[in-house]
Design a protein around this ligand. Structure first.
Ligand code: HEM
Length: 407
């Protein structure tokens, strides 16, 4: 891909997609707030800058406050209108500023919290075991298509009380919606994105209507019941939140598992150590998140002029905060390019920081620990298969489209 700057900071660029870290290192050293002419944004690679921007009130996520034709506007344009009818839509939490964000997040946290997630542990273990039982030892499988892809949809659908027969549709729709994060999507992708929103909303609308009539104990019922002072979530808000949980939680968790197994296979001694010492799994998952993080970037809009950092920032400018670069900054940890599952307490930014810090982090961590450990314990000799892994050509979401392995 030929770019105006000569540096293609996108998964559409072959070099960047396959090995972005040398490019991040170059930028961090020479131009830590790099003006990316191709996407009209300032690309941040230092840990301290990234953390500061994510935690500062001077930066927000409301695309309407960004400059026209900015990267943020192109990414945020879903083609689904706010308002009434079939295409009614509430902006997702990640695109809401306070006070709207604070209100929805507080209500949502009543339903979706570490306690409700820990209660899922037993079910995640059984779903994982059931999926592993279908894999024949000695065969070659696609780790993504046969295991890491379907698993998170099964888990979240079950939390929501959505029958497993809908999982294939939910996965397909959430993959289509994900394409909406590609600023270079074509019209066909835009149309699939719109259709997927409408179909997914219809399924959740039906579920919300049913829970209002019959009650129950699943996550959608908890959202229906969630109350803060005199405030409640509206039906449209619940439907939109369900869509977000599916889209935000699906591919990211798939990529945690895929990037994790890939890193472990590339470091066989660490894979063996993990099998011998299963108690290392929590640290291993943190290291996987830091080393090859599933969500590589997020964006913010400057609400004020900022002349204090490495480069002046003008009001309305879009900043791309590279979580993947920040997580490999030597200011965060020693030898950041070394994969080491025994590192302790590294405050990486794989789940972001500040008010938008990932709501699903406890669930992602739990799924990561259960699924990765169960897989490597069942197949300790796992190794790359006969065809090479293929990384996905999609900005922001770093992972594999297919990861053939012999088990
Ligand atoms: C390894 C898996 C995951 C990673 C790496 C990840 C990463 C992130 C990051 C970096 C953010 C902050 C974005 C920003 O500041 O702009 C975020 C937000 C969010 N994530 Fe995750 N996520 C993961 C899994 C999940 C899961 C399983 C769910 C739910 C089922 C989820 C739901 C959300 C939601 C709702 C937000 C928006 C929070 C807000 O704006 O207040 N995520 N995630």
């Amino acid at each position: 891909m030929v770019t105006k700057s000569g540096i293609g900071l996108t998964a559409h660029d072959d070099q960047f997609r396959e090995d972005p870290q040398p490019i991040y290192d170059g930028l961090r050293g020479e131009s830590p707030a790099f003006r990316d002419a191709d996407y009209g944004s300032l690309f941040l690679t230092r840990y301290d800058d990234a953390r500061k921007v994510l935690r500062s009130k001077d930066y927000g996520v409301d695309a309407r406050k960004s400059l026209p034709d900015s990267y943020m506007r192109r990414v945020a344009g879903t083609g689904v209108s706010e308002g009434r009818g079939k295409t009614a839509y509430e902006p997702p939490l990640v695109l809401l500023d306070d006070p709207g964000h604070r209100r929805i997040r507080a209500l949502m946290s009543k339903a979706f919290n570490p306690h409700s997630i820990e209660q899922m542990r037993g079910r995640i273990e059984s779903i994982t075991a059931e999926m592993l039982d279908r894999l024949a030892p000695g065969s070659e499988i696609d780790f993504i298509g046969d295991f890491a892809g379907p698993l998170p949809t099964r888990v979240i659908a079950e939390m929501m009380g959505i029958p497993a027969v809908h999982c294939a549709d939910l996965k397909r729709w959430s993959d289509d919606i994900l394409r909406g994060y590609d600023p270079e999507r074509d019209e066909a992708a835009q149309e699939r994105l719109r259709a997927a929103y409408i179909a997914m909303s219809a399924l959740f609308r039906h579920a919300v209507d049913e829970r209002r009539r019959t009650g129950g104990t699943d996550l959608i019922c908890a959202m229906v019941r969630a109350q803060e002072m005199d405030d409640r979530l509206t039906d449209l808000e619940i439907i939109s939140l369900c869509t977000q949980l599916l889209v935000a939680g699906n591919v990211t968790t798939t990529d945690l598992l895929g990037n994790g197994l890939h890193a472990l296979m590339a470091h066989p001694r660490q894979l063996a150590r993990l099998c011998a010492q299963p108690a290392l799994i929590e640290r291993a998952v943190e290291e996987i998140l830091r080393y090859d993080c599933p969500l590589t970037e997020t964006a913010r809009i400057a609400y004020a002029e900022d002349r204090g950092g490495s480069c002046p920032v003008h009001r309305g400018a879009t900043l791309t905060v590279s979580l993947a670069a920040a997580n490999h900054d030597p200011a965060l940890c020693a030898e950041p390019h070394r994969f080491d599952i025994e590192r302790e307490d590294v405050p990486h930014l794989a789940f972001g920081s500040g008010i938008h810090v990932c709501l699903g982090a406890p669930l992602a961590r739990l799924e990561g620990c259960v699924a990765i450990l169960a897989f490597v314990q069942r197949f300790p000799g796992v190794r790359l298969g006969s065809t090479p892994p293929r990384r996905r050509h999609l900005p922001f979401f770093r992972g594999f489209e297919s990861l053939p392995v012999r088990i």
